[in-house]
Design a protein around this ligand. Structure first.
Ligand code: TNX
Length: 765
């Protein structure tokens, strides 16, 4: 008998044996169907399946049995009891069955059917069966019971993208093995399949390499760590370190494999290498001394590309890495590698001459190609950050596009595989809320809605080119993230949104529907003790013109049964504060604070917003020249009473790159004006400069203007509030003209480029 006929025969016998033992059993809990990620095809049937203590898990192969065991583990944590696992059975059974290889299959696809007698999960491959099991888990209500009703469903599902990744930087901060496992478990729960493990960087070498013990003795430790923002330059004075032993790594890789997660290790080269250089100074161009970095950034000292010992070292390191990681892909970094040392290094210059390399970019390309060739010979492929495009792409490399989407487009056009990881959409070290209580983050603003709205396939690619976009990945760089709790807060629920982007068909995307399902999903994360962020159900503010002569603040929450309370006198809102019942008119300068209450208890973070009251609030503004597309939040933000933050990531700043900004406000009627002004931002490092000239003029008819303020080079740093008192002025129109600095001065960052001009509010009092 073949294995297949044997299987069919045993299924039939077991079916007869258990016939008739399955019947309804009082009331058992049943959950609404709220699946994340949304399956490709789902239909409900009128059947239900009653799971009780006699229900059997059926799995005939070792892989399916593993999946059944993982299900059982989860089920035990829910109900307190386990189900029997058998080779066969068709009544009162949950069958896990991977179709034999060779049958027509869609990678990672599965079908799940639940009926009166049996639940069947049929995977197109082993991963598919595992994903079917993950879907099954989501059909359960989250209560402990002795029996459960499962809804009748017919699901046919498969991922939209083959690569669905999440990254973790364990160099800037180290995370324990237990946390790494939890990270992987959560990934798999959301049908993600790749864990990109960033193991080496300037601030720490975190993987045990037996041949090079100084990597652990020296490279894995740093003297102290930056405390707070980079510009404050304060340090905590505490030695910091940690690394994973090879046993730890084997344990993690095996744990991931059981959950159909591939672990891709990243060994950074030629930059982000200070920890390695500190351990073995002969690997650098100058020979050191070097120290493991204690702050963040991009450092000039990188691996020497002229020295053959560097390549020998990296190959020896990778020899050990390849034994630990079966992944087809090895990430070799390649990002942010300054060329300064190479320009001055005799060995690097000699290498350039010998190899006929025209510049240091070509030398970087040589470096990566040489490592690629070696790895290809070992049967592996490389992935690198998009800088590996510079100076020519290595022949078989996959590109991770992080500095926007351009690198991804360029690589796809060259017919190279691409993983999209654009900063603005999937950097989970960015802020996710503009709330005042957020923990310090690197910058940016990437709320859940933005992640959910992300489309991985860039526009303008042909179908053939688009097929090189293998998927996307979110990155968690941990400069400002020192604990597992904080890491979870940054990743969840944004990773849930990304999981749906990568798994579900594009046309099934629906943000409101996603939020509805997320309500059921949060308790699932609670059960796994995940410290997820709750912003999506906190107070959602909208500041809008009131249609008459001012602005109003509308508040709402998506939290079921959530009640909003607020104060207007800067006091902390509590159950005794004013109940929100409709838009709040802004009638004075001050701060509004609000919070959602759930069962009279505060839910999530508070909302806090300062408003500047003035006469131009909510008035029509015309901007003859459109702002730069990246800083064009709409003319209303110039008169909404809200000042921007100095990080300029809050959508309050209107920006121009060079040239002149003109804005005309229509006050509606002839109005007495006692003061005019505006705010601008100055931040040389970010190429943002004060205007060269500010002119404010008033008019009764919008045609003939009279200047009331003219200021050349008003200067200043940070947020500058320019104001001018006026006497006996009455006007209907106020015109603001701001001329940007046309060229950034020599020696300053961005020298020779046009300066940015940023303003957040135009003020008429
Ligand atoms: C850039 S993304 C880096 C990292 C930083 C990150 C902070 C990339 C390839 N390099 O070294 O941690 O920005 O967001």
């Amino acid at each position: 008998m073949t294995i297949k006929t044997l299987l069919i025969a045993s299924l039939a016998i077991a079916g007869l044996a258990s016939c008739g033992t399955h019947g309804p059993e009082g009331t058992a809990p049943k959950a609404p169907i709220q699946l994340i990620p949304m399956p490709a095809r789902l239909s409900e049937t009128s059947d239900s399946f009653l799971l009780d203590k006699r229900t059997v898990l059926v799995a005939a192969t070792p892989a399916d049995r593993k999946t059944a065991e993982l299900f059982n583990e989860w089920f035990h944590s829910l109900s307190g009891f386990e189900l029997a696992i058998a080779d066969s059975g068709t009544m009162n059974a949950i069958v896990f069955r991977t179709r034999p290889a060779g049958e027509k299959a869609i990678a990672e696809g599965y079908q799940l059917k639940s009926g009166k007698d049996v639940v069947t999960i049929e995977g197109d491959d082993e991963a598919g069966t595992f994903y079917g099991m993950q879907t099954l888990i989501q059909l359960f209500p989250l209560q402990s019971a002795t029996a459960y009703w499962l809804p009748g469903v017919s699901i046919s599902d498969q991922p939209r993208f083959a690569y669905r990744g999440l990254h973790l930087d364990v160099c800037r901060h180290f995370f324990p093995v237990t946390f790494i496992k939890k990270y992987i478990d959560l990934l798999a729960m959301h049908k993600m399949n790749t864990f990109h493990w960033h193991l080496t960087d300037d601030q720490g070498w975190r993987i045990e390499i037996k041949r090079y013990p100084r990597l652990m003795e020296i490279g894995s430790r740093r003297k102290e760590t930056l405390d707070g923002r980079l510009e404050d330059n304060k340090f905590d004075g505490k030695p910091y370190g940690g690394f994973y032993t090879q046993e730890d790594i084997q344990e993690i890789v095996a744990y991931a494999a059981e959950r159909h997660v591939t672990v891709i290790p990243e060994i950074e080269m030629p930059g982000h290498a200070l920890a390695a250089l500190a351990s073995y100074p002969y690997l650098g161009c100058t020979g050191g001394p070097y120290a493991v970095a204690t702050k963040w950034g991009v450092f000039d000292d990188v691996f020497c590309a002229g020295n053959d010992t560097t390549f020998q070292f990296l190959q020896n390191v990778l020899e050990e890495v390849l034994i630990l990681f079966p992944s087809e892909y090895i990430h070799i970094g390649g990002d942010e590698s300054p060329k300064k040392r190479w320009e001055k290094c005799p060995k690097c210059q000699a290498r350039m001459r010998a190899e006929g390399l025209k510049d240091e970019h070509a030398l970087q390309s040589y470096f990566i190609r040489r490592m690629e060739k070696w790895l290809n010979e070992k049967g592996r492929k490389i992935i690198g950050w998009d800088e590996i495009l510079e100076g020519g792409l290595a022949p078989n490399a996959t590109v991770m596009s992080w500095r926007g989407i351009e690198g991804g487009i360029a690589a796809a056009k060259q017919h190279h595989d691409v993983i999209m990881t654009p900063g603005n959409f999937v950097y989970f070290d960015y802020y996710q809320s503009q709330g005042k209580n957020e923990p310090l983050a690197i910058g940016g603003f990437t709320p859940v809605s933005k992640v959910y709205g992300y489309e991985p396939v860039p526009e303008g690619l042909s179908a053939k080119e688009a097929s090189y976009i293998k998927g996307a990945q979110a990155n968690l760089w941990t400069e400002y993230i020192g604990s597992p709790e904080h890491a979870e807060y940054m990743v969840y629920p944004r990773a849930v949104a990304l999981a749906e982007v990568l798994w579900s068909p594009g046309e099934r995307k629906d943000y409101d529907g996603f939020l509805e399902r997320l309500k059921q999903h949060f308790p699932r994360l609670d059960k796994k003790n995940v410290n997820y962020a709750r912003h999506v159900f906190e107070v959602r503010p909208t500041v809008e013109p009131d249609g008459k002569n001012g602005v109003r603040l509308r508040l709402d929450t998506k939290l079921d049964g959530g009640k909003i309370v607020f104060t207007t006198d800067s006091s902390a809102p509590d159950a005794a504060a004013i109940s929100y019942s409709g838009p709040i008119p802004i009638t004075k300068t001050g701060t509004i604070r609000a919070i959602v209450l759930q069962d009279a208890k505060p839910y999530g973070n508070e909302y806090q917003q300062a408003f500047v009251f003035h006469k131009a609030l909510g008035r029509p503004v015309t901007l003859p020249r459109a702002p730069h597309q990246n800083y064009n939040p709409g003319a209303f933000t110039l008169v909404n009473g809200i000042e921007g933050v100095k990080e300029f990531n809050d959508g309050q700043w209107t920006g121009y790159s060079g040239g002149t900004m003109e804005a005309v406000i229509d006050l509606g009627d002839s109005t007495g004006i006692t003061r005019v002004g505006l705010n601008y931002l100055a931040n040389r490092e970010q190429w943002i400069y004060p205007p060269k000239e500010v002119v404010i003029a008033v008019s009764a008819d919008g045609k003939h203007y009279k200047e009331v303020l003219q200021r050349k080079d008003p200067g200043g740093y940070g947020i500058v509030r320019l104001r001018e008192g006026l006497k006996d002025v009455k006007a209907r129109y106020v015109k603001f003209t701001l001329r940007a600095l046309s060229r950034i001065p020599e020696g300053a960052p961005g020298e020779g480029e046009p300066a940015w001009l940023f303003t957040d509010e135009l003020i008429v009092e």
